[in-house]
Structures are given as C-alpha cells and as structure tokens.
Design a protein around this ligand. Sequence first.
Ligand code: FMN
Length: 200
Amino acid sequence: MAAAKIETAAEIAAHGAPPPAPVQTQSYRESRPQIVGPESPQPPFPIHLSGLVQRGFGRGGKDLGCPTANLPDESISPLSSVARTGVYYGYAQVIPPAGEDRPLLEDEVKVLPMVMSLGWNPFYHNERLTAEIHIMHAFKSDFYGFELRAVVLGYIRPELDYVSREALIADIETDKSVALNSLKRPDYQKFAVDSHFQLS
Ligand SMILES: Cc1cc2nc3c(=O)[nH]c(=O)nc-3n(C[C@H](O)[C@H](O)[C@H](O)COP(=O)(O)O)c2cc1C
C-alpha cells in the first residue's frame, strides 16, 4: 500500500486550517534525537527565502524568551509550497536597508544559525499560516522592516500543541541545540557562505 502523501503547508492553507496538532508527550520529549537529517542537505533543501521582517504578535520574545522575525506571506512560498508544517533549521542574515539610522552591530549582520517555525502555532491557535525565524544571537535591538535572508537546510520536527508554555519553551530549547549540532556537519557549514548572503 502506498504511503499517505504528506500535504505541504500551502496545500493545507488552500483548503482552510490544519487538522489539530498532536499534544507533546513526556515520552516524545525524552526521546528526541540530538541531531537530525542526512550528512548533507537533500532536496528540497537548500531553500532560499528573503523578505522584509514584519511584526508578529510579539509573543516569541515576551512569552517564550525566543524572539522571532516574521516573514511576509509572499516570501515564504519557496518553503511552504514544497514542505510540510513544522520546525526547520538553517542560516539567516539581517541586512539593514541603505540609509537606515537604526544601526546593527558588526556581530548582528553576520550569517547566523537559525531555527524556524512554519505553520499555525497550535499552542496559540493562529488563524493563518506563518513563518517565524529565531536567529541564534542576542540582538541588542529589533530589526522590523530590515531585510531577512535565510537558507533552510533541514526539517527538525512537526508542530505540536502543548499542555503548558514551559513545555513549548523546553522543546524550542531542544530545537536550538539540535539545529546547532546538525549545522556542525561540513556539508551544512558550507551554506554559511552561500551566495544568497551578503558576505564582506
Ligand atoms: C524553533 C521554534 C519552534 C516552535 N514550535 C512550535 C510548536 O511546536 N507549536 C507551536 O504552537 N508554536 C511553535 N513555535 C511558534 C511560537 O509559538 C511562535 O514563534 C510564537 O508564538 C511567536 O509568534 P509571534 O511572534 O507571532 O508572537 C515555535 C517557534 C520556534 C522559533
């Protein structure tokens, strides 16, 4: 019997909202792998994204201690049209617009590791498909309106619902270490100098 086809995020969005997400369990949490995916990115990865950073609901920073940059709808289709909802990892870079008077520090305009959530955020019952990128760096200021470029290199896990905010925070912390471990492999590190990025 053929395996059931997994719907892409865009296919789900085209016919309404997603089915309810499974609730994270203790055994799922305890059995999470510390590294994911093959030794080198496989199709559909790498996927290149870029767009101007938009305001989300602001819960990432306030509720979760994990600020996220939201990408505009039209800029997420290279990912949402080929990939399922879930958590992804890769590299990202913030690029200030020319003449911008809100400067970023030298460390903040580098290509940095990122984790990304694509979906409906079941814990928060979002009504629209969103893509949010958390760049693994302690930025000193926000960068709404700045350009964000990203290369998505792999899938970590499905979106889940949670019994508590603490449980979601714990999974996001694991996502970050899984992403860092997974990016250490040479065929992933190469993408930190991908031509999609502005390299000095
Ligand atoms: C790495 C990562 C994993 C996430 N995983 C989930 C998840 O499994 N379930 C969920 O409901 N939301 C998940 N989120 C999304 C957060 O709920 C979302 O980023 C937060 O609500 C901030 O959104 P806002 O900026 O629009 O307020 C994840 C976010 C990140 C960065």
